[in-house]
Design a protein around this ligand. Structure first.
Ligand SMILES: [Zn+2]
Length: 512
C-alpha cells in the first residue's frame, strides 16, 4: 500500500487523497520501524541465531545489528518530525513554477532550455531558475537547519558524537566507514579532478568559447547536444527491441514492464521532478517513474532506471525482503552499468548522433564524480558542525566547490556565488549521505564498461550474477561476486580512470 500510495503521490502531488495517504505514512512509518526493530531483536537474541545465519547468510544478521543501532523508542517523535520536514522540502521543490518564454514551467520542463545552442537563452534560463531559489532561500535554509538539528539530536539521544555514524548505519553500511570514504575522496581529488579539468578544456574548445560558465557546462556540442528521436511511445518500442536483442533475461523483463504498464514516463504538472525506480512487493514488480523532456535524459531513464528495475526483477526470488535490494552504492552499479551495456543499441535512439551521444555520456559520467564527492564532503562538514549558520554552510559549500570543481564560474549570480547551489540537490535534504554511492557505483560501472569492451559474454555473466545476488551481501561482498575491484583500495581508482581517459582520448570530439 505504501509503495502504491507513494507512487501515486509523486505522479500528482496536488491530489488530495494521496496527500493524506502520504501524511498517514509520514505519521505511522516510525511505528512500523518499531515493529521491525522488535523483529531484529528477536532474531539476534534467538537460540537459533546460528541456524538462521547458516540458512540466510551473515549479512542479514549484520543488517539487523546495524538496524538496532539506528533506532529506539525515544526518537520516534524526532523521526516523525524529520519525515514532515522532508515532505515540506519535496513540496517546496515540486512547487517550482517559473515564467519562461511566456509559459509557466516546472524544474523538469526548464531543463531543455539549459541545453539550447543560444547561449544567452541558457544563461537566462539558469538565472530564472536560481532566481526562484533565491526568492525562497529562507524557506530552504529553514527546513535544512531544522533537519540538521533534529538529526543531530537523534544521534546524541542514541549515544553518538554526531549524526555521521548514525547516518552510515541508517544506510546499512556495514563494511566501510567515514574514514574509508575520506580516503576515497582524496583519490578522486588526485586522479579524477585533473581528467575532469582536461575534459572541460576540450569542451570549451569544442564549443568555441573563451570561457565556460556554469550555464555552458551541460552544453557539449556546438549546434546542440544529441537528442533521442521520437515520441515516448516510440522510445519505449525501441527500448523493447533493444532489450530483446540484448539477452533473453532482459527481453522477458522489459516485456513484463510494458505489458503491465509499470512505467509513468511523461512530465506533467504536479509531478515531482526527477526519476526513480521502486518495487511493489505484493506483485513482485518494479515500477519506473520519470519526467521525459526530449533530452538524452529520456534514454538514461530507459537504461538507468531500467537497470534498477532489472535487478529487482532478477532477485525477486529472494525470500527475505531485507536481502532483495542491495545497499544504495551497490544498487547504482546495476543501473549505471546498464547505461554502458546498452551502448551497442544507442543508434536506435540517436541515429547519426550516436557517437556524439556516447562521448557526451561517458564524459558526463566522469565529470559527475567530483561533484558527487563535493556533496559528500559538504555533508560531513555540516553534521560535524550542527550549530553552523546557513551563511557558514554556504561558505563551506563554495570552498569545497573550488577544490573539486575548480572550473566552475557562476558569472556573478549572487545566490550561487555565495554558495547556494546545493539547495537544489534533494538528497542533501531527504537522504543524508546518500550521494557518494553514485560515485562509487560509477567507478564500478566504468569497470563493467571495460569488461564489456573486452569480452561481452563473460561480462554479461558477471553482471547477471550480480543482479541475481540482490542484496544478499554488503557492497564489498557484491563486488567480489561480480569480479570487480574495490574502489576504496589504493590504486583501483587510478586504473579504472586511466581506461576511461584513454578511451575518451582516442575520440576526436571536434569531428563529431
Ligand atoms: Zn539510480
Amino acid at each position: 500500500m505504501e509503495s502504491i500510495a507513494s507512487i501515486r503521490y509523486t505522479i500528482d502531488t496536488e491530489n488530495e487523497f494521496y496527500n493524506s495517504e502520504k501524511d498517514y505514512f509520514d505519521e505511522n512509518s516510525p511505528k512500523i520501524q518499531q515493529i521491525e526493530n522488535e523483529l531484529q531483536k528477536i532474531i539476534l537474541n534467538s537460540n537459533f541465531k546460528e541456524e538462521f545465519k547458516e540458512k540466510y547468510g551473515e549479512h542479514v544478521l549484520n543488517l539487523a545489528e546495524v538496524g538496532l543501532k539506528t533506532f529506539n523508542e525515544d526518537i520516534i517523535e524526532e523521526l516523525k518530525e524529520e519525515n514532515k520536514l522532508n515532505s515540506k522540502y519535496v513540496k517546496l521543490l515540486g512547487s517550482v513554477k517559473v515564467n519562461f518564454e511566456g509559459q509557466e514551467r516546472n524544474l523538469s520542463q526548464m531543463r531543455p532550455f539549459m541545453l539550447v545552442p543560444d547561449r544567452s537563452k541558457r544563461k537566462e534560463a539558469m538565472k530564472t531558475i536560481f532566481g526562484w531559489f533565491d526568492e525562497h532561500q529562507n524557506e530552504f535554509d529553514d527546513i535544512y537547519d531544522q533537519l540538521v538539528k533534529i538529526r543531530d539530536k537523534m544521534a546524541k539521544k542514541l549515544g553518538y558524537d554526531n549524526f555521521i555514524e548514525l547516518a552510515y548505519y541508517r544506510l546499512s553500511r556495514t563494511d566501510y566507514n567515514a574514514e574509508d570514504v575520506a580516503n576515497y575522496r582524496k583519490q578522486v581529488e588526485e586522479f579524477v579532478v585533473p581528467v575532469a579539468s582536461e575534459l572541460r578544456k576540450r569542451q570549451k574548445e569544442r564549443i568555441n568559447l573563451d570561457k565556460l560558465y556554469y550555464y555552458d557546462e551541460d552544453y557539449s556540442f556546438e549546434g546542440g547536444n544529441p537528442k533521442p528521436e521520437g515520441s515516448t511511445e516510440e522510445k519505449v518500442n525501441k527500448a523493447q527491441k533493444m532489450y530483446k536483442e540484448l539477452s533473453k533475461e532482459t527481453e522477458e523483463f522489459f516485456n513484463f514492464m510494458v505489458e503491465n504498464e509499470l512505467m509513468d514516463l511523461d512530465s506533467k504538472k504536479g509531478k515531482t521532478p526527477g526519476g526513480y525506480c521502486t518495487f511493489i512487493f505484493d506483485y513482485d514488480s518494479p515500477f519506473i517513474f520519470s519526467n521525459f523532456n526530449g533530452t538524452s535524459g529520456d534514454v538514461d531513464v530507459l537504461t538507468h532506471e531500467a537497470g534498477h528495475a532489472f535487478q529487482s526483477y532478477q532477485s525477486r526470488h529472494i525470500e527475505l525482503p531485507e536481502l532483495l535490494f542491495p545497499t544504495l552504492e551497490s544498487a547504482e552499479i546495476h543501473s549505471m552499468s546498464m547505461e554502458f551495456i546498452t551502448y551497442p543499441w544507442w543508434d536506435l535512439f540517436y541515429g547519426e548522433q550516436t557517437e556524439k551521444a556516447k562521448f557526451m555520456h561517458l564524459s558526463e559520467a566522469l565529470l559527475f564524480i567530483p561533484y558527487g564527492v563535493s556533496v559528500d564532503e559538504f555533508q560531513h562538514w555540516v553534521y560535524e558542525n550542527p550549530e553552523a549558520t546557513p551563511e557558514s554552510r554556504r561558505k563551506k559549500w563554495s570552498e569545497i566547490e573550488k577544490k573539486y570543481l575548480p572550473e566552475r564560474d557562476y558569472d556573478g549570480v549572487d545566490y550561487l556565488v555565495n554558495g547556494g547551489f546545493w539547495q537544489k540537490q534533494s538528497h542533501i535534504y531527504e537522504s543524508p549521505f546518500y550521494y557518494i554511492d553514485y560515485t562509487l557505483a560509477q567507478i564500478c560501472a566504468f569497470q563493467f564498461f571495460k569488461k564489456f569492451n573486452e569480452d561481452r559474454k563473460i561480462a554479461w555473466e558477471d553482471y547477471l550474477r550480480l543482479c541475481k545476488a540482490g542484496g544478499s551481501k554488503p557492497f564489498t561482498g557484491l563486488i567480489n561476486i561480480a569480479n570487480l575491484k574495490n574502489p576504496f583500495k589504493d590504486g583501483s581508482l587510478k586504473e579504472t580512470i586511466d581506461f576511461v581517459e584513454s578511451y575518451l582520448n582516442k575520440i576526436n570530439d571536434k569531428t563529431l
